[in-house]
Design a protein around this ligand. Structure first.
Ligand SMILES: Nc1ncnc2c1ncn2[C@@H]1O[C@H](COP(=O)(O)OP(=O)(O)OP(=O)(O)O)[C@@H](O)[C@H]1O
Ligand SMILES: [Mg+2]
Length: 372
C-alpha cells in the first residue's frame, strides 16, 4: 500500500448473517473528490463508518491518511473530518456552542478556534445564525453547520455521507460550491456518498457504484458512460418513413443503427456530438431532409442499469433539467436490453427497417452478455 489518502482492501462488514459490505476495495487519490454512488441500503454509510473508525471491519483492511483504521484509529480521527448522514446534534445548542465544543474535542486552542469558527460560519453562510439554537435551523442550515464542524481542525481528508439528501435545489448547489472550493482551493481529499446521479456527475472525478454491498463499477464518470455505449442520435425525417432506407444507408458509416419509431432513424454515433454536422451533410447528399435531431448521451443511470439490471431508485425524480434526457434514453436503451420490446420499430415493414431493428437489438444484447 502506498500513500493514498484512502485505501481499502477486501473490506467486509457483516451484521449477524447479513453482509452489508462485501469485499470493497478502494483507492482514493490525493486531492480528488471521489463519489460513492448507490441506492438505499447499498452499504455506503457502513463503508464510511468503517473508514472513519466508527465501526470495526469484519474482514479486510483500510488505511486513511496513512494510518490503519483499526490499529491507529485515533491518528485517523485527527486527520479526517466527517459529516455523517445521521449525526446526532443537540438541538438546544447553538451553532457557535457546537463549534466551541468541537474545537475542545479536537484540542484546538480557544483563540484559534474562535477565529476559525467565525471564518467557517461566514463561508457556509451561517454568521447570522451562529447564536441560534440548532433545533431552529432548516435542513440546509444543518448540513452547512455539519460541514463547518467537520472542517474546524482543517482535515486533509473529508468524508461526507449524503451531504445533500433532503435539501432543496438551491441549498444543494451551495453545498456543491463549498465542496468544490474545499477541494480546489484547499486541496482537501473528499469522499462523498450520494444517491443522486447528478451529484456524482457534477462533483466527483471518479465514482464507485455500490449495490448490495459490492462495488459494481468504478472509474471516471465519462469513461463509465462511454463503456455503456456511444450516444444515440435520433433524426426526424421531414419526408417520413419513405426515405428511411436512404437515410439508413447514408448513416451506416457513422455507427450502428439503433431502434426507433416510424418517421425517425437512429444511430449510435461513434465520435459523439462533433460529428452531427457531418451527419446532416451526408443525409443532404442523398436528398434526405432532416426535420430535427436529438443526441442522447448515456447517463450514470444507464451505467447503473447496465451493471445491475435495475434503475437507480428514484433516479427519475432526482435528476435536474440537464438530465431530462435520461428518461428518454432509458426508454430507448431498454428496447435493446430488456424484453425485446425493441421489436416495435421492426414493425415498419419487411424492408431495411426490420433489419435495422434486429441488428441493433443484437448489438445491444451482445454487449450485455459480454459484460456479465
Ligand atoms: N447496525 C446494523 N445492524 C444491522 N443491519 C445494519 C446495520 N447498519 C446497517 N445495516 C444494514 O446494512 C445495509 C447497508 O446499510 P447502509 O446504511 O450502509 O446503506 P446506505 O448505502 O448508507 O443506504 P442509505 O442511502 O439508505 O443511507 C442495509 O441493509 C442496512 O439495513
Ligand atoms: Mg447511508
Amino acid at each position: 500500500m502506498g500513500d493514498l489518502p484512502i485505501e481499502a482492501s477486501g473490506l467486509v462488514r457483516r451484521f449477524g448473517d447479513f453482509v452489508a459490505v462485501d469485499r470493497v476495495d478502494l483507492a482514493v487519490r490525493s486531492g480528488e473528490v471521489f463519489g460513492f454512488l448507490g441506492p438505499n441500503g447499498a452499504g455506503k454509510s457502513t463503508t464510511v463508518r468503517m473508514l472513519t473508525t466508527l465501526l470495526t471491519p469484519t474482514e479486510g483492511t483500510a488505511r486513511v491518511a496513512g494510518y490503519d483504521v483499526v490499529r491507529e484509529a485515533s491518528k485517523v480521527r485527527r486527520a479526517i473530518g466527517v459529516a455523517l448522514q445521521d449525526a446526532a446534534i443537540d438541538p438546544l445548542m447553538t451553532g457557535n456552542e457546537l463549534l466551541r465544543l468541537q474545537a475542545a474535542l479536537q484540542g484546538i486552542p480557544r483563540s484559534a478556534a474562535a477565529r476559525r469558527g467565525a471564518e467557517l460560519l461566514e463561508r457556509v453562510g451561517l454568521t447570522a445564525a451562529g447564536d441560534k439554537r440548532v433545533g431552529a435551523y432548516s435542513g440546509g442550515m444543518r448540513r452547512r453547520l455539519d460541514l463547518a464542524l467537520a472542517l474546524l481542525h482543517e482535515p486533509r481528508v473529508l468524508f461526507l455521507d449524503e451531504p445533500t439528501t433532503g435539501l432543496d435545489p438551491s441549498s444543494r448547489l451551495n453545498l456543491w460550491e463549498e465542496v468544490r472550493y474545499l477541494n480546489s482551493e484547499l486541496g482537501t481529499t473528499v469522499l462523498l456518498t450520494t444517491q443522486y446521479l447528478e451529484e456524482a456527475d457534477q462533483l466527483a472525478e471518479r465514482i464507485a457504484i455500490i449495490d448490495g454491498g459490492r462495488i459494481v463499477r468504478e472509474g471516471r464518470s465519462g469513461d463509465l458512460k462511454a463503456e455503456v455505449g456511444s450516444p444515440t442520435l435520433r433524426i426526424e425525417l421531414a419526408d417520413g418513413d419513405g426515405v428511411a432506407a436512404q437515410a439508413e444507408a447514408a448513416l451506416a458509416p457513422f455507427g450502428e443503427a439503433r431502434p426507433c419509431e416510424a418517421g425517425f432513424v437512429a444511430v449510435g454515433l461513434s465520435g459523439g456530438a462533433a460529428r452531427m454536422a457531418e451527419v446532416v451533410r451526408a443525409l443532404d447528399e442523398v436528398g434526405v431532409t432532416v426535420a430535427g435531431m436529438e443526441l442522447h448521451n448515456p447517463t450514470l443511470d444507464d451505467v447503473f442499469a447496465d451493471a445491475t439490471g435495475r434503475r437507480l431508485e428514484g433516479a427519475a425524480e432526482d435528476t435536474g433539467p440537464d438530465e431530462a434526457g435520461p428518461g428518454t434514453m432509458g426508454s430507448d436503451g431498454s428496447d435493446g436490453r430488456g424484453s425485446g420490446a425493441g421489436a416495435g420499430p421492426g414493425g415498419d415493414g419487411a424492408g431495411p427497417g426490420a433489419g435495422v431493428g434486429g441488428s441493433a437489438a443484437a448489438v445491444s444484447a451482445g454487449r450485455r452478455r459480454g459484460r456479465r
